[in-house]
Design a protein around this ligand. Structure first.
Ligand code: ATP
Length: 250
């Protein structure tokens, strides 16, 4: 099922954080959204997940179903799962309890055993650690619990807000490898990342977001090779006004 976002706006009082953003995520594709702090990336994911504190307008469509302003549990039921920044797991519960809570929705119940098998194949460590209390796990392990819990809701689209934050380079690499495996199951993945290099390396497409507007869209490989993207997001040198302007043509 395809996720189509059209002209989405988010305002917090008088402050407009998103000024009419349009993007798509197809099944079996990883889409990464890059942007500076405060650009509006989290607002976008939170609006789609139905947990944005601001006022929203526009269209959020999952294969013909309009999801704008629906309740978070209805959005999970429709097939969108969200791993928020900071992971959003229940620290005082065990790994197993966290996974089972992920399967609470109606759509997830019938497929619970299959989804569990898929999660444990992806993260065998979670089977070994199933009685461990989540907050006692390492950052990388907690990220596995968070993604596993989201997968237990049997989603069509998986959204993640900066999943590599706080992970070592090695664990980040493992995380992005796992996202590739998730894509191979046919799920669509929408990713917000600061780690532009590693995320573009596994993504299919990317969007640039600046001050609440999409300023560029391209195939991930083309973005990796784009001098303006390199300058702004890949540590390729000082950002000049010239490169700023060019980014609008990515
Ligand atoms: P970061 O990478 O730093 O998380 P971001 O691109 O995800 O940034 P958002 O968190 O979406 O950006 O924030 C966009 C703008 O909206 C910022 O100016 C932020 O201060 C503002 N904002 C976000 N959440 C709220 C809120 N609950 N109330 C008021 N303003 C908010």
């Amino acid at each position: 099922m395809m996720l189509t976002i059209e002209n989405l706006t988010v305002s917090y009082g008088l402050h407009r954080a998103l000024g009419g953003v349009s993007l798509t995520v197809s099944p079996g594709e990883i889409v990464v959204m890059l942007g500076a702090n405060g650009a509006g990336k989290s607002s976008l994911l939170r609006a789609v997940a139905g947990i944005c504190e601001g006022d929203t307008s526009g269209r959020i469509d999952l294969s013909g179903k309009d999801l704008l302003s629906r309740k978070p549990d209805e959005i999970v039921e429709a097939g969108i799962a969200f791993v928020p920044e900071g992971r959003g797991i229940f620290g005082d519960l065990s790994v197993w309890e966290n996974l089972m809570l992920g399967a609470y929705s109606q759509r997830a119940r019938a497929a619970k055993q299959d989804n569990l098998a898929a999660v444990l194949e992806l993260f065998p460590k979670l089977a070994e650690r199933k009685t461990q209390i989540a907050r006692t796990m390492s950052g990388g392990e907690q990220q596995m619990v968070a993604i596993g819990r989201a997968m237990m809701s049997n989603p069509e689209i998986l959204m993640l807000d900066e999943p590599s934050l706080g992970l070592s380079p090695l664990l980040s690499k493992e995380l992005f490898g796992n996202l590739s495996k998730i894509r191979a199951t046919g799920m669509g993945v929408l990713l917000v990342e600061q780690n532009a290099k590693q995320s573009l390396a596994i993504a299919d497409r990317g969007y640039l977001i600046e001050n609440g507007e999409i300023t560029g869209e391209n195939a991930a490989q083309a973005m990796l090779n784009d001098p303006a993207v390199q300058a702004a997001y890949l540590g390729g040198g000082a950002q000049t006004e010239h490169t700023q302007k060019e980014r609008t043509n990515v």
